[in-house]
Design a protein around this ligand. Structure first.
Ligand SMILES: Nc1nc2c(ncn2[C@@H]2O[C@H](COP(=O)(O)OP(=O)(O)OP(=O)(O)O)[C@@H](O)[C@H]2O)c(=O)[nH]1
Ligand SMILES: [Mg+2]
Length: 252
């Protein structure tokens, strides 16, 4: 069963509230140890379930919360350094972000080591537009006298940036509000595109329209073209099994 269906079924069955709208699915992604679970726990409180991801021995944690009368299902993804997975945990995170189409992805980064963390932000920005950057551990950043220009970062990346110190509950209301604004299209992130060398751009230009024809715009066809050109076998396997007619020999 596709992961997203698992999320929606669980949330519908277990979530009792007056909210009638279908819950928005929010993915919490980020490098290991950036505070994803701290944010997850603060937002969802006791409304959580755990289990395994379909076909994996990796723990799946999801929960729900209500904000402004709207239901949200929050998925706490395993820590990942990149969308080019080197472990089952990273594969779970990659597959969820690429093929389960969360309504919004919040990338949680450690504000004290932005340089290392931003790699993943740029990668996820190639997969989805519905992206928020959460600069967590801002208390640590202040303690180290680091000054981060969040507005400039937001303009450069083309996505909203929220500062938090999740362990103290700082910034979490702003995070809830920003998620709500993106879900309801009051904020439209436009992740800054990455341009590659001309020969690679030419190859992308050939493949991208064919990918678009097969799967439309849900997953950025440019990103899919890049992974196909890279010969990323793990991605290609997940990509084909995500197609509606998977198993019938779909060819690009
Ligand atoms: N100082 C400070 N510590 C924090 C903050 N947020 C989380 N932490 C601490 O950072 C550590 C890691 O937090 P987790 O929430 O487990 O991080 P995670 O991203 O879920 O980690 P993985 O699941 O291993 O990827 C814990 O000791 C938290 O208490 C914060 O804003 N400030
Ligand atoms: Mg965690």
């Amino acid at each position: 069963m596709p992961i997203i269906n698992a999320v929606r079924v669980l949330s519908d069955k277990n979530f009792k509230s007056d909210c009638t709208k279908k819950p928005a699915v929010i993915a919490l992604a980020g490098n290991p140890n950036t505070g994803k679970s701290t944010i997850f726990n603060a937002l969802t409180g006791m409304r959580q379930h755990t289990g395994n991801w379909p076909g994996k021995t990796v723990l799946r944690t999801q929960g729900q919360y209500i904000y402004n009368g709207q239901k949200y299902v929050l998925v706490d993804l395993p820590g990942t350094y990149s969308l080019l997975p080197h472990s089952a945990e990273e594969e779970v995170a990659r597959d969820f972000l690429c093929f389960s189409y969360p309504d919004v992805t919040v990338v949680v980064v450690d504000a004290t080591c932005l340089e290392r963390n931003l790699n993943l932000v740029l990668q996820i920005g190639e997969v989805t537009r519905q992206l928020i950057l959460c600069l967590n551990l801002m208390d640590e950043a202040r303690r180290k006298n680091l000054i981060i220009d969040s507005d400039l970062l937001s303009r450069r990346l083309g996505i909203p940036v929220v500062e938090t110190a999740a362990r103290n509950g700082e910034g979490l209301n702003q995070l809830r509000q920003t998620i709500c604004d993106v879900v309801n299209h009051r904020i439209t992130p436009v992740p800054t595109p990455i341009t590659y060398p001309p020969d690679l751009e030419q190859a992308i230009a050939i493949l991208e329209p064919q990918v678009r024809q097969i799967m439309g715009e849900r997953l950025n066809p440019r990103w899919v073209a890049l992974r196909l050109i890279a010969g990323d076998q793990s991605f290609i396997r997940s990509f084909f099994s995500s197609l509606p007619d998977a198993g019938e020999g779909v060819k690009l």
